[in-house]
Design a protein around this ligand. Structure first.
Ligand code: PLP
Length: 374
């Protein structure tokens, strides 16, 4: 028996890049212009982007025009090196990254298999692509395999988060990788909530599973304390995004100040492992304390969801905790399905064990005060 290697979605993308090049339409990052050059293609009409009053925060144009800055390249190369991937491309936000990447990696007639609990930005990106979207039950790898096998679409993608931020759970990424390889599908993993915190040296859950995603999305707005986001993977991927991701091409480049802040956040996360250890230790203490109070927190890791069911129950509990100085978001529909409202505690490196103790005392108080009311 011999296997014919099936072409993957990114092989197709490589072909399309070749065609763009033949037609003279391929855009590439330009070399920095000679010093002393005069720019006649920025949108910095009043010349304020470089003034100290704006914090020199503007890049003045899309990166394809004149908005490309050394700060972008530095952060992209630091991210790619850290993740052991050939390249990365910055977007202004994780929302823009997913909408832009998915929007140009599939098109009409293609298939996107998407976890039922994927983030809104993934849902919107999949819709924009016009591909057929099959939504599979949460974490159901068998359903992913069945959806791929029953489709004859040319390009097929499996899209998932690595750490679901509302449920604090994780798909079997090694299994999804094997299923994708078997079917010639691409694996697209959004690690927005994992990077910096989970996996070996905080490098995420693909790294923990020992797999490579074809497309890996991360944001600088969560663990790295800045904003902006990136898509990382092979050179074919980032070259395609440079040419076709509309939220990248048709938008002002990420602020160089934000890129610098992102790099500083990444460096801190790399150099201070105590930060993620503290966040995870706080989460573990919080989970344990909730359990002692008869509450079973779902999932694992730094997000600790307390399932309450109704929107009313979760807002009432959140209000009671606020009275005790503990701020926790009540997560209600449409962020989660009807009947799945919850309180979502997130443990961070800023929490001390005293803070966790205070939160648990507040939970005890809230439980008794809510039960007195009802
Ligand atoms: C899985 C996932 N992807 C992307 C985003 C969007 O990231 P950003 O806040 O950088 O737009 C979020 C934000 O909550 C998210 O949870």
């Amino acid at each position: 028996v011999f296997h014919v290697k099936r072409s993957t979605p990114l092989d197709e993308v490589a072909g399309e890049l070749g065609r763009l090049e033949q037609q003279g339409l391929l855009r590439r990052p330009a070399e920095p212009p000679p010093s002393g050059s005069v720019t006649f293609c920025s949108n910095d009409y009043l010349g304020l982007a470089d003034r100290s009053c704006t914090g020199k925060a503007g890049s003045g144009a899309s990166r394809l025009v004149s908005g490309d800055r050394p700060e972008h390249r530095e952060l992209e190369s630091a991210l790619a090196t850290w993740l052991d991937l050939p390249s990365a491309l910055l977007f202004t936000s994780g929302y823009a990254a997913n909408v832009g990447a998915l929007g140009c990696l599939a098109s009409e007639g293609d298939l996107i298999v998407s976890d039922a609990l994927n983030h809104a930005s993934i849902i919107d990106g999949a819709r924009l692509s016009r591909a057929t979207v099959v939504i599979v039950p949460h974490l159901d790898a068998d359903a992913v395999a069945a959806a791929l096998r029953s489709s004859t679409a040319r390009r097929r993608w499996v899209v998932t988060e690595s750490y679901f931020s509302m449920d604090a759970d994780t798909p079997d990424l090694a299994r999804l990788r094997a299923i994708c390889d078997d079917c010639g599908a691409g694996l697209y993993v959004d690690e927005a909530h994992a990077l910096g915190v989970l996996g070996p040296a905080g490098r995420g859950l693909c790294a923990a599973a020992g797999i490579g995603a074809d497309v890996l999305v991360g944001t600088m707005g969560k663990a790295f304390g800045a904003s902006g986001a990136f898509v990382a993977g092979g050179v074919v991927l980032t070259r395609w995004l440079w040419n076709r991701a509309r939220s990248f091409v048709f938008s002002t480049g990420v602020s160089p100040v934000v890129a610098r802040a992102g790099l500083a956040g990444l460096r801190a996360a790399q150099e201070e492992p105590a930060l993620r250890e503290r966040a995870l230790a706080s989460a573990a203490a919080l989970r344990e304390g909730l359990m002692e109070r008869g509450i079973s927190a779902a999932g694992w890791g730094h997000v600790v969801p307390w399932m309450l069911g109704t929107a009313e129950a979760s807002t009432r509990m959140a209000a009671a905790l606020t009275k005790r100085g503990i701020l926790v978001a009540a997560i209600r529909p449409p962020s989660v399905a009807v009947g799945h409202a919850r309180l979502r505690f997130t443990a961070t490196a800023r929490h001390s064990m005293d803070d966790v103790g205070r939160a648990l005392d507040a939970v005890s108080w809230a439980l008794s005060s809510v039960s007195r009311e009802t």
